[in-house]
Design a protein around this ligand. Structure first.
Ligand SMILES: NC(=O)c1ccc[n+]([C@@H]2O[C@H](COP(=O)([O-])OP(=O)(O)OC[C@H]3O[C@@H](n4cnc5c(N)ncnc54)[C@H](O)[C@@H]3O)[C@@H](O)[C@H]2O)c1
Length: 324
């Protein structure tokens, strides 16, 4: 029998590929169109939970038109920062669609960071006002950065308000983002200041089963869009009830999270991102609507991106080939 080879890509290899955010948003748009049309296989993710508010999830998906099949094994540990470790870590395995044989495995942190920002921006394409120019970022970590990067690909951003519970983290974010982009970045002392004047609001703090949310009714102004990357941890039930339209990325996944205790006060989403992209449900309906995307993070997002990373890495001769 022929020897099977598998390519291992470290985080550094994937960073060297450096797939542009705009391309990642495009890949997600193709994948979500497939999902909207019922052409994706993706069971809701099962998980194990070794610490309070932590998870290790198993996330398989198959997107036939992209010839993409595989799984992500990803953990999220909110207390890791105290040990100088990342919140999110894990691995992905890609399988050949015809033989099932694994042909690549890779670190998943970069892809998770980028595709989550891309999903927020893709939802915003359908649910935010195209002329949105102010952004509020609540929690200035990995997701704060990639969500801003993705929104900047699609919207004419002029000013950003940034808030983090840790002032030194917020300061670093303000400095880095101001140097990276040509818009104004302002650090604020209270979460409210990051919300009330923003057209696009991203909350990306820890996901907590029993949160004490900060964002109250009326903080999000009429016509604004929110992206709750951290589920309902930042948004009070009154603020959620005031939304004209709430979307998610997958109805079944949303129902699953509800069944295990999240989203108890959150109105049911009217659409998922596949339905929006495939044109099965309308996006924003008028200038004054308050809209919110609650994207839970899907295996589909990862499998939309990973094969392109693999192809580019191969072309650049990155990674290490191992015997299977
Ligand atoms: N929905 C998805 O698809 C998806 C995907 C990846 C990560 N996430 C979630 O995004 C969140 C952030 O992940 P990350 O990788 O950016 O983590 P990170 O550790 O890089 O950043 C988290 C930041 O939150 C700050 N913070 C903590 N409590 C806060 C509060 N109350 N207000 C403001 N800031 C606060 C921390 O100081 C830190 O800067 C996590 O909850 C993670 O589970 C969601």
């Amino acid at each position: 029998m022929t020897e099977q080879k598998i390519l291992y890509l470290s985080r550094a290899d994937i960073e060297k590929v450096n797939l542009p955010m705009k391309q990642i948003i495009g890949l997600l748009e193709v994948a979500f169109c497939e999902k909207g049309n019922g052409r994706v296989e993706m069971p809701p993710k099962p998980g194990i939970h070794t610490m309070p508010d932590a998870f290790i999830h198993s996330m398989p998906a198959y997107i036939p038109s992209m010839r993409s099949a595989g799984i992500k094994w990803v953990s999220g540990y909110p207390e890791n920062f105290k040990r100088g470790l990342p919140y999110i870590s894990g691995l992905m395995i890609l399988n050949d669609v015809e033989t099932g044989i694994p042909y690549a495995f890779m670190d998943c942190a970069w892809i998770t960071a980028m595709r989550t920002g891309a999903a927020s921006a893709l939802s915003a394409k359908y649910l935010a006002r195209p002329d949105s120019e102010t952004v509020g970022i609540l929690a200035c970590g990995v997701q704060g950065r990639t969500n801003l990067e993705a929104l900047a690909c699609l919207f004419p951003i002029k000013r950003v308000y940034a808030y983090d519970v840790l002032p030194e983290v917020q300061e670093r974010f303000v400095e880095e983002m101001a140097a990276w982009f040509d818009f104004e970045v302002i650090g604020v002392k209270e979460p409210k200041q990051a919300v009330v004047e923003s057209d696009l609001v991203v909350t990306s703090g820890p996901i907590l089963k029993h949160p004490t949310p900060a964002i109250e009714r009326d903080w999000l102004r009429p016509g604004a869009y929110g992206s709750a990357v951290d589920f309902d941890s930042y948004w009070t039930s009154e603020a959620l009830a005031q939304m004209d339209h709430i979307s998610t990325d997958d109805h079944a996944q949303f129902q699953y999270y509800k069944s295990v205790g999240y989203f108890q006060q959150t109105p049911a989403p009217y659409a998922d991102l596949g339905e929006l992209v495939a044109g099965l449900k309308p996006g924003r309906m008028d200038e004054k609507e308050r809209t919110l995307a609650i994207n839970l993070g899907l295996a589909l997002d990862d499998m939309a991106v990973a094969p392109t990373i693999y192809q580019c890495a191969k072309e650049k001769e990155l990674g290490i080939w191992l015997s299977l």
